[in-house]
Design a protein around this ligand. Structure first.
Ligand code: UD1
Length: 428
């Protein structure tokens, strides 16, 4: 079993280059099956979620080849809608985007329930299913009770529709977009998610010949098209990876230039870091983070974009755990995303949970401990804690972190961190 071992206390200084956005890539790769053609996708992050996506594409009949470290060629000319088993889909949440794209292209999709982070609660898919049904799909096929193990959707033909989501959902917005681009007529998604990766997917779809308007607002209008084709595309930089290193730089009182970012996508993270007393300088495609002395506490509430991203909550809460005073963190996207606080407490953080709130009493110092990555972003939070803590921190279950952070060890080592990946005997 591999772990990350960190000797904390080193300031991060230097430069970090951000990879392509995981959450955009995991939507764009499934979108390629909407056309029978060749695609060249640049700025693809080399992370395990992407390798799992490539495996699923190959299972469906696509040919995938990395032309260099981050450029992926995908040939979808032999793709068929085959049922996707849980062995393939359980590795990541976004495997369920094949439900939308296969339904759009073939009017049939059978996709086993996805994996991904669980956050201690359930991750329902009712709005995805509602969206498919509004487009005319049967989910599940008539007379068959809803199968908890898979989504099976089929349609004689998909027809554009007006779809209103009761709640803002990134996944349901993307899945319905993927099916609706090949439906006949116009689809309107109201109360759509507005995350940067929704806009990136829409830009990609439009280059394939789709007509998607309004992405980035809460109303997306799609004119269905049948004549879609391959394209070349470069994925946006990863907002959450960038945010993670911004917080790591601040937490270690470092001075780091973070390159290949879209500073606008980092606005809420920048604002909150400044509230804590961190200096954030913005350039065209980079940000510089400098911090010194004890930072100030601040309150934080996660919200759908353009609010503070829930995927930055564990990392930012870890920073607040070392600030000079009390902060209140409110998690309003997921019901239970504070599981990782048990791990942080092992490092002597003082944090209590009251329903949707974490009450954080900043301590002067965290102390190294043996902890685990509960999920992807919780794992990133443990890395930040370990970089700051006195003594050694060993983080287990790092496969979660590898799902979303390309070369995290190398990127941090290049900025002076004492971190390495070590093999340990498997625990009983
Ligand atoms: C995506 C991100 C994830 C991030 C989340 C919120 C990807 C691959 N993952 O997840 O990292 O934390 O957005 O920014 O992009 N909900 C329902 N019914 C549904 C769907 C969702 O009730 O059918 C609820 C969820 O329980 C949650 C909220 O809606 O409370 C938001 O979930 P959603 O935006 O769908 O998250 P994901 O797309 O799964």
């Amino acid at each position: 079993m591999e772990k990350y071992c960190i000797h904390g206390g080193k300031r991060l200084t230097g430069t970090i280059d951000i990879s392509g956005a995981k959450n955009a890539a995991v939507a764009i790769l499934p979108a390629t099956v909407l056309a029978s053609d060749v695609f060249v996708i640049e700025n693809v992050p080399r992370i395990s979620d992407i390798f799992a996506m490539v495996q699923i594409l190959e299972e469906l009949g696509a040919t995938c080849k990395f032309l260099n470290k981050s450029t992926l060629e995908i040939d979808t000319r032999n793709v068929q809608s085959r049922p996707l088993s849980s062995a393939l889909t359980k590795c990541l949440r976004a495997s369920y985007y094949f439900a939308g794209s296969l339904l759009g292209r073939f009017n049939y999709a059978s996709v086993a329930t996805p994996g991904g982070c669980v956050f201690g609660g359930t991750r329902p898919m009712d709005m995805h299913i509602k969206g498919f049904m509004e487009l005319g799909a049967m989910v599940p096929p008539a007379n068959v009770p809803l199968d908890p193990e898979k989504i099976e959707a089929k349609a004689d033909k998909l027809i554009g529709s007006y779809i209103y989501f009761d709640k803002v959902s990134v996944g349901a917005t993307i899945n319905v977009m993927l099916a609706a681009v090949r439906a006949r007529g116009i689809t309107v998604i109201e109360n759509a998610a507005r995350e940067p990766h929704i806009v990136d997917l829409a830009n990609f779809l439009n280059l394939m010949g789709c007509k998607v308007m309004g992405a980035g607002t809460n109303s997306i209008r799609i004119e269905g098209r049948q004549d879609l084709h391959g394209t070349n595309y470069s994925i946006i930089p990863d907002q959450i990876e960038a945010g993670t290193y911004m917080v790591a730089a601040a937490a270690t009182k470092g001075d780091v230039l973070i390159r290949n970012v879209i500073p606008k996508h980092l606005d809420t993270i920048t604002v909150k870091l400044r509230e804590c007393g961190v200096t954030v300088e913005e350039f065209d495609d980079s940000v510089r983070i400098c911090a010194e002395g004890r930072l100030k506490p601040c309150n934080l509430k996660t919200l759908p974009h353009p609010g503070f991203p829930t995927d930055m909550q564990p990392q930012f809460t870890t920073l607040l755990a070392m600030c000079d005073g009390m902060s209140v963190v409110t998690e309003s996207v997921w019901d239970n995303r504070f599981n990782y606080l048990n791990q942080l407490r092992r490092m002597k953080a003082e944090v209590e949970i009251e329903g949707k709130h974490a009450i954080v009493h900043g301590v002067e110092k965290l102390y190294g401990a043996s902890v685990i990555a509960n999920d992807l972003r919780a794992g990133a939070a443990m890395v930040i804690a370990g970089l700051c803590a006195e003594g050694e921190t060993c983080i287990g279950d790092i496969y979660h972190i590898d799902r979303g952070y390309e070369d995290i060890v190398e990127k941090l080592q290049a900025c002076g961190a004492d971190i390495c990946r070590k093999e340990f005997p498997d625990e009983e």
